[in-house]
Design a protein around this ligand. Sequence first.
Ligand SMILES: [Zn+2]
Ligand SMILES: [Zn+2]
Length: 138
Amino acid sequence: MPTSRAAKQKSYTGGCLCGSIRFEAVGPAKKPHTCSCKMCQRHTGALTAAWVEFPSSSVTWNGPGGAPSVYRSSDYSSRAFCPACGSSFGAIDDKPVVALLLGVFDKASAPELMPTGHSFGGGRPRWWHVDASSPTDG
Ligand SMILES: [Zn+2]
Ligand SMILES: [Zn+2]
């Protein structure tokens, strides 16, 4: 009988600046995209955020600080951050989805994490360029 190792899905790890909050997300990573909406900008401090989504059940918060703190940012979602160092992790939705920012991944270079679309392209300054294809990109 094959062990679970043979069918093991890809796992992604990451964590915050201080190392208190760590995660493991088991693939596949869904909907890799960038977003330049005002909420993402304020959440991250960056003009554009890069995201991937996982089912909540696929994400384990395994650092010494446990799960991140959350700020209720809309009717259906909360933004997650480290209470010790302030690093942004992304959005924990009420529907069982966790959307993680690529910047907190240990290795964001995996090709399947490359954003394939850009949301709210009009929210960024004209001099800020994002290399992601999208029919709605401005
Ligand atoms: Zn931290
Ligand atoms: Zn956004």
